[in-house]
Design a protein around this ligand. Sequence first.
Ligand code: GTP
Length: 201
Amino acid sequence: MENNDNKLEMIKIGCFGESSVGKTCFARKYVKCESEFDLSTVGVEYFITNKTLSDGKKYKIKIYDTAGQERYRSLCLGTIRGCDGIILMYDITRKNTFDLISQWIENINQLKENCPLVIVGNKCDLEDKRKVTKEEGLEIAKNYKTVYFDSSAKQGINVENTFEELINRIIHNINLEKEKNVNIKLEKGKKNKQKKRGKFC
Ligand code: GTP
């Protein structure tokens, strides 16, 4: 059987947020690559997986797993322009990682306007250590006109849902963009026709 996977449309997703919030675990859970590891990400790493999505089409999903450590910040922010959508994560047990979310969003918006984004409060399995309420997560998402998920990369809670929600938003965006381009082409075609007619009238 011919392998057509190389021809699949690719969707690129970036995982951003402070160090140790769980970005790597989250990405690994989604691509089902859960071998033991406990190292901080260096720069930007990526995972690729093929998924059949809710529109029934198969896509290649590329996930950029970025380092949260400050020293890699400019390198990691550099990948934003190449992303179709972003998962922005904090750790519900570390308030400072939540407090920095607005700053992350401002940085992201400066680099790429209207990029589909989902906010995730990870480590919800550690309920007894929770420092940021679910309501605070929902509130910040509402302020930035997006959605919020409580998640546990460790227990696989809301990992699929987060990606699915983001990918649906990305596909919606891509379709809008395609429609816009078709309309621009149609408009150009009309104008050219009118110009040509003008010459011979
Ligand atoms: P950087 O690479 O430094 O940016 O970190 P990261 O955001 O990729 O975090 P990583 O996935 O490496 O996880 C950091 C630590 O948190 C590891 O010890 C993980 O095992 C742990 N961890 C990740 N997700 C969860 C979770 O959902 N629950 C719990 N309890 N621990 C988690």
